[in-house]
Design a protein around this ligand. Structure first.
Ligand SMILES: Cc1cc2nc3c(=O)[nH]c(=O)nc-3n(C[C@H](O)[C@H](O)[C@H](O)COP(=O)(O)OP(=O)(O)OC[C@H]3O[C@@H](n4cnc5c(N)ncnc54)[C@H](O)[C@@H]3O)c2cc1C
Length: 403
């Protein structure tokens, strides 16, 4: 069976992957009149029980798409009391939690809540679950996808939002395995009522020797999301996430600030992730196929920007594709790549560097502390960036210049 998209506009887009990147791209595209369909391998849209930050740079975009109220209802506002500390709890400096206008703030979200908000805004038939993509081909007129369940789909543009282990990425570049960072992230959620004196809005980061720990609220502050980053030499080949050992986690942070050890005493279960990223890929697009999110620019989580950059990618694509014809697609995708990678190359590199700061991999801790405080300027630029404005400027420039 070949799936036909809704005819809401001239262009048909097929998005492979129904994670944060794929679902936000579908919303952005449909809002601009592109018939976007999402094909997700899982039987239901969902995510592990863990938190994710939505920073001002993507909150601004989600707000314009009409998600402001829904995010405020299920997210947790992060602000007062947010600070960087050394492992003993002494304060290094405040954490920036708004853009320069002070209007766009920061939400801690439960991942499942964010996906639910994004999925509910799409017509049910625009999301095809249980569709694992196993084949891609294209010619000068269209692109075609094949799925493990026997279905196929045709589109003018295919967006690979299928994550760091993308099956579509090899159709764009020679296979480039992700790089292992040597770090494992233990994470989980804990009811805030178990820690009644915890600061309600605070994002806190504790930086120690080769490790760091962070906490932020999610789901209206009823849950706290914690993540402990611990070095390990054990890499897992098959599964990159698994149930974690809470005793191992607690032992890794023994002797730290009592707020950290006190929280860890209350942990009952946790999961762990091996952390991988990639160096910038030589290319993100091939003809009618474009990579988006982790498939394009997998990054370490030390700036909390992987999902935020994926959301920006979707907005950029939507602006550039709006009102265009199928014949324009390859040139437009090249423009998308040119616009986006200037930003994501920097964010990928800075995420690595920030991991070194958080893990105190500095000869001088004073130098590290200075950089943590000065990184406020970098973060201002990161949060103030308006991808919609940038894409509109790139589109208008492109209309004046040959693609
Ligand atoms: C510990 C940790 C903390 C993090 N914290 C943050 C944070 O605070 N803020 C932030 O912005 N980012 C954070 N990130 C990064 C963020 O999780 C990722 O960058 C983001 O989820 C990438 O979204 P994506 O949609 O590109 O890919 P994914 O979330 O990986 O989604 C890919 C989707 O594609 C589907 N899929 C895969 N293959 C196929 C196929 N063949 N056919 C059909 N479907 C397929 C998958 O099932 C999945 O649903 C963190 C990451 C980690 C590990």
């Amino acid at each position: 069976m070949t799936i036909q998209p809704d005819r809401i506009g001239r262009l048909r887009a097929a998005i492979v992957g129904g994670g944060i990147g794929g679902l936000s791209a579908a919303n952005a595209l449909r809002r601009r009149g592109v018939d976007a369909m999402v094909y997700e391998q899982a039987k239901v849209i969902g995510e592990v029980g863990a938190g994710v930050f939505i920073y001002p740079n993507s909150l601004r975009q989600l707000d314009r798409m009409g998600f402001g109220a829904a995010l405020a209802a299920v997210g947790a506002k992060v602000g007062r009391g947010s600070e960087y500390c050394r492992m003993d709890g002494s304060v290094v400096g405040p954490i920036l939690t708004t853009d320069s206008s002070g209007w766009n703030g920061l939400y801690g979200m439960h991942r499942a809540d964010l996906l639910d908000v994004l999925a509910r805004a799409l017509p049910p038939r625009a999301i095809c679950t249980d569709h694992r993509c196993i084949g891609f081909e294209q010619d000068s007129t269209a692109a075609r996808l094949r799925f493990a369940n026997g279905a196929s789909a045709e589109a003018d543009v295919v967006i690979a939002a299928d994550g760091i282990q993308s099956v579509l990425q090899p159709h764009v570049v020679a296979p480039q395995p992700p790089e292992y960072s040597g770090v494992r992230a233990y994470r989980g959620l804990i009811a805030r009522e178990k820690l009644p004196r915890w600061r309600k809005e605070a994002h806190q980061v504790w930086m120690g020797d080769g490790k760091h720990f962070m906490v932020f609220p999610v789901r209206n502050g009823s849950l706290l999301n914690y993540v402990g980053f611990v070095p390990t030499t054990t890499e897992t080949a098959e599964s990159w996430s698994a149930p974690g050992d809470r005793d191992e986690l607690a032992a890794s942070f023994q002797g730290w600030d009592p707020r950290v050890t006190g929280l860890l005493e209350k942990v009952e279960t946790c999961f762990w992730w091996s952390l991988y990223d990639r160096r910038p890929l030589p290319s993100w697009t091939s003809g009618r196929l474009a990579l988006l999110g982790d498939a394009a620019h997998a990054m370490l989580p030390h700036l909390g920007q992987g999902a935020n950059q994926a959301i920006e990618d979707g907005v950029a694509l939507a602006v550039l594709l709006e009102g265009r014809d199928a014949a324009d697609v390859p040139a437009i995708l090249t423009r998308y790549e040119r616009l986006r990678r200037v930003r994501t190359d920097v964010v990928q590199a800075e995420a690595r560097q920030n991991g070194l700061r958080y893990d105190s991999k500095y000869a001088s801790l004073e130098q590290r502390d200075r950089e943590i405080v000065n990184a406020r300027e970098f973060r201002k630029g990161l949060y103030d960036y308006d991808v919609e404005e940038a894409a509109i400027a790139a589109r208008d420039d492109g209309e004046r210049l040959p693609a």
